[in-house]
Design a binder for this molecule. Sequence first.
Ligand SMILES: NC(=O)C1=CN([C@@H]2O[C@H](COP(=O)(O)OP(=O)(O)OC[C@H]3O[C@@H](n4cnc5c(N)ncnc54)[C@H](O)[C@@H]3O)[C@@H](O)[C@H]2O)C=CC1
Ligand SMILES: CC(=O)C(=O)O
Ligand SMILES: [Mg+2]
Length: 374
Amino acid sequence: MIIGIPKEIKSYENRVAITPAGVDALVGSGHRIVVEAAAGIGSGFTDEEYEKAGAIIEKNAKDVWAAADMIIKVKEPLSEEYRYFRKGLILFTYLHLAAEPELTKALVDSGVTAIAYETVEINRTLPLLTPMSEVAGRMATQVGAQFLEKTRGGKGILLSGVPGVKRGKVTIIGGGVVGTNAAKMAVGLGADVTLLDVSAERLRQLDDQFGNDIQTIMSNPLNIASAVAEADLVIGAVLIPGARAPKLVTAEMIQKMGAGSVVVDVAVDQGGIVETADKVTTHDAPTYTKYDVIHYAVANMPGAVPRTSTIALTNVTIPFAVQIANKGAKEALRTNLALAKGLNVANGFITYEAVARDLNYPYKQAEEVLAELP
Ligand SMILES: NC(=O)C1=CN([C@@H]2O[C@H](COP(=O)(O)OP(=O)(O)OC[C@H]3O[C@@H](n4cnc5c(N)ncnc54)[C@H](O)[C@@H]3O)[C@@H](O)[C@H]2O)C=CC1
Ligand SMILES: CC(=O)C(=O)O
Ligand SMILES: [Mg+2]
């Protein structure tokens, strides 16, 4: 199979979908890898390193897409990339389709076989989302702490406090991978941390893990309202896989926060949990202010630490990419149920139920659509 690796074009997105080690693994299985020139530079990988591992370097994105049977990316394609879609092309990347109606339409109309990293699922875990959620969760506390500084527009609070002065309050909504990693950093900084989740079982695990370092609270509208009102920093970390994020933090709750407080809505890639975080931002202008509260809503947070993130992401994606390349998409999806959960669009149909429901498309089961593929 010919595998194409385009350079990411999203603002300040410096990750790349493959490392030289990944090229080596795929070439060793008999595949040809075409990498767009300078695709790895932002992550510290040169064209020469890719060539040495066996890749072919191609100057133009257009030629990379045209040559490939499978495109491996990091971020969802942007509108200027839709022109490269064609029937049967395999696309393996983050998609977040519930928040991307135009991309969904372009994939459906073109007949691309689109496998989304974020819905690949093994035993109720999301192995291709996890490493980026670890990064984004840790970053959420770090960027929140920065924007609380007066020089960045914040209320001028040091999360750890100092002897004789209260600690800052961090409220984390959602206690999965992002929430846990945000909590680790916030506890490490010495903040006063409250974490809410709807799963009693998850709260129990977090209580065991963190002991008295955090306060766990059941997530419901009243508890969210009071935890948000008290917080200096709110971190949105909820996920219902594949679906649009529920709006759990209302504009009214945000208005009750003190001026210069900060909200980091990590879940913004699935539409966000904060009603007032209705605008996705990018790394070149990551925040805006509403009701005197700073909103950070960057949908590709790990792109800011590309070296760490590229290696962490490709550690988990490449074994799946090797399977797809070796067996072809149809056979790989038929025989690997975890990977099959990643199939979002094929042959013009939406094959992930939550995406179909949220965007008002008919839903067709993956097995049914796969049987129709050549
Ligand atoms: N902005 C960015 O750059 C990035 C965003 N993300 C996003 O962060 C979000 C969270 O991802 P993960 O932590 O990996 O998901 P996860 O599945 O590990 O955790 C989600 C948690 O939300 C909880 N939850 C569900 N409904 C809830 C409710 N009503 N109230 C409170 N908790 C609720 C679940 O019980 C679960 O513990 C996702 O949307 C993911 O795509 C992940 C990485 C990067
Ligand atoms: C998860 C995701 O969308 C990202 O890492 O950019
Ligand atoms: Mg206010």
